[in-house]
Design a protein around this ligand. Structure first.
Ligand code: HMG
Ligand code: MG
Length: 306
């Protein structure tokens, strides 16, 4: 079996991880998390989202967080921008505080599209179109998230053809990279493979990533199945934080610690220092008053204290 020798992880903890938290998380803590992640070797960090503060109050401090981070050369900082209002807010700051990458987020399920971004799939593409054009014109990389790529909390199972259709729509408007997202973590390896294969009809393997929530404990298996197809980019979340307020029952993304442990154990490089990453997970979980949701973090911390 030929596996990628290197993998790039995008830590989505500061965004996907924290967007669902009911308790207030101060901007300084979010900034502290970004700093710890980059010190641990993460080269891609999803920092925040420029969405409606009425819909997602936790991300209302987006500009403050973007302004507060100490940029490290070689690190790509991304933010979610669902429409022009969000994109304009993301670039209202001086250029050095702009995101390096923006994410437009669509869904393979009509019902989820309505619940999450209040419009149909077709309408979402029309909202994204000017955002993508404006971002690319300014030299900002554009990623597209494809939610509910295997299952939807409202529509149930999602056929791979629908993922292929969304990928084609994203491609048509100039989205450069797409993430196959198992929003509610119901996917199993063969279903995830089929969603990726449908995406491969429109995007090359270097422009596809996996974004797996771990609700049913399948995310590591789904990651391995994706690696076997040649996928080498994944979104993960430190401490297994995460969830979408509009995806009932969804829990966190697969923990970055668990994925790093698996990859290093397979001889695949990530450039990430697992010890420092564990400390980053402890830091944010202490701020939230709980334990990191990562088996690897727990096991290695037990070993450390022994
Ligand atoms: P809408 O209500 O359809 O938008 O919301 P609208 O254009 O009709 O505007 C309504 C109000 O929202 C107006 O304010 C706008 O100014 C304001 P009002 O006049 O009522 O005071 N507004 C905004 N404010 C700030 N920033 C903006 C913005 N846009 C409009 N960008 C919208 C549409 C998309 C904004 C809304 O539905 C929304 O914010 N949804 C939140 C979606 C979200 O953040 N979901 C979680 C992230 S996605 C995710 O987690 C999945 C992912 O991880 C992959 C996976 O796992 O599947 C990526
Ligand atoms: Mg997600």
């Amino acid at each position: 079996m030929k596996l990628p020798p290197q993998v790039k992880l995008v830590d989505v903890g500061p965004r996907d991880g924290l967007q669902n938290e009911k308790q207030a998380v101060p901007a300084e803590v979010k900034i502290g998390l970004v700093h710890r992640l980059q010190e641990a070797g993460l080269k891609d960090i999803e920092v925040t989202s420029f969405v409606s503060p009425k819909w997602v109050p936790q991300m209302a401090d987006n500009a403050q967080v973007m302004q507060g981070i100490r940029r490290r050369p070689g690190v790509r900082y991304s933010v979610l921008t669902p429409n022009m209002k969000g994109f304009e807010a993301a670039i209202a700051a001086p250029r050095e505080e702009w995101p390096d990458e923006i994410v437009v987020f669509g869904a393979a399920s009509e019902a989820f599209s309505q619940k999450n971004i209040n419009c149909s799939i077709a309408e979402s593409i029309e909202r994204f179109r000017p955002v993508v054009a404006a971002a690319r014109e300014k030299g900002i990389h554009v990623r597209g998230a494809m939610s509910c790529a295997v299952g939807c909390p409202y529509e149930g199972e999602i056929a791979p053809e629908r993922v292929g259709m969304l990928a084609r729509l994203m491609k048509d408007i100039g989205v450069q990279h797409v993430g196959v997202a198992d929003t509610i973590g119901v996917g199993t390896p063969l279903k995830v493979r089929r969603a990726i294969e449908a995406t491969l009809e429109h995007y090359g393997i270097d422009d596809i990533s996996g974004h797996y929530h771990d609700t049913y404990g399948q995310a590591l298996s789904n990651t391995l199945a994706s690696l076997e197809l040649g996928v080498w980019q994944f979104d993960t979340s430190v401490g297994g934080l995460g969830g979408c307020p509009f995806a009932k029952g969804a829990t966190g993304n697969v923990a970055t610690e668990d994925v790093v442990y698996m990859l290093h154990g397979m001889g695949i490089e990530t450039g990430i220092d697992l010890d420092q990453l564990i400390d980053a997970g402890v830091y944010i979980n202490q701020a939230l008053g709980r334990e990191p949701n990562s088996r690897v973090s727990k096991a290695l911390r037990t070993k450390r204290s022994a």
